[in-house]
Design a binder for this molecule. Structure first.
Ligand code: IMP
Ligand code: MG
Length: 178
């Protein structure tokens, strides 16, 4: 199947994404006034969101990057999370904001939050661009959420299928087979 056939309906346009990311940035700027939050980007999916969000936050923010893997290219999380790249910056006393692309089952986030909480930060909040409605078993306490989306598998704005389509400036339904 060629590339064009795999890109389905546009769920969120470039304009919709940019507008909402701007709002999230302004909210974070307000909530963290006088502080220097540490934004932790969960690679790879969140890199596009993080780059736009960071430029919408008017605070002396710092950045770090973490990569976790739930194995393989499948469109479903296995539930087994492995740290592929750990942080460089010490979290002790820091106001941490975990920046995620999409929360599906929430297993990745639950693992991450527990792991980061054990490193003595002053606070931990989550900023997720997307939450797939109705898929999470427990309340994940998400402070900042961009959009709730339907069950469809989505691509673009950092999100991939088999490492492709991360560079689409919009979010689309994936129409191919995985
Ligand atoms: P969770 O652990 O089930 O919440 O899975 C979250 C991770 O699965 C995300 O960080 C993505 O990497 C990946 N993922 C879940 N749904 C999608 C999707 O629709 N498109 C691309 N990646 C997805
Ligand atoms: Mg991800």
């Amino acid at each position: 199947m060629n590339q064009a056939n795999e890109i389905g309906d546009v769920l969120l346009s470039e304009e919709q994404l940019q507008q909402r990311v701007g709002e999230l940035g302004r909210q974070i700027t307000k909530d963290y006034a006088g502080k220097s939050p540490l934004l932790i980007c969960v690679l790879k999916g969140a890199f596009v969101f993080m780059a736009d969000l960071a430029r919408a936050v008017d605070l002396p923010v710092e950045f770090d990057f973490m990569a976790v893997s739930s194995y393989g290219n499948a469109t479903k999380t296995s539930g087994v999370v492995r740290i592929v790249k750990d942080l460089d910056i010490d979290l002790g006393g820091r106001d941490v904001i975990i920046v995620e692309d999409i929360i599906d089952s929430g297993l990745t986030l639950r693992y991450l939050r527990k792991n980061l909480a054990s490193r003595s930060p002053a606070s931990i909040e989550v900023c997720a661009l997307l939450v797939r409605a109705g898929r999470q078993e427990a309340d994940l306490d998400l402070k900042y959420v961009g959009f709730e989306i339907p069950p469809d598998f989505v691509i673009g704005y950092g999100l991939d299928v088999g490492e492709r389509y991360r560079n689409l400036p919009y979010l689309a339904r994936f129409e191919g087979t995985v």
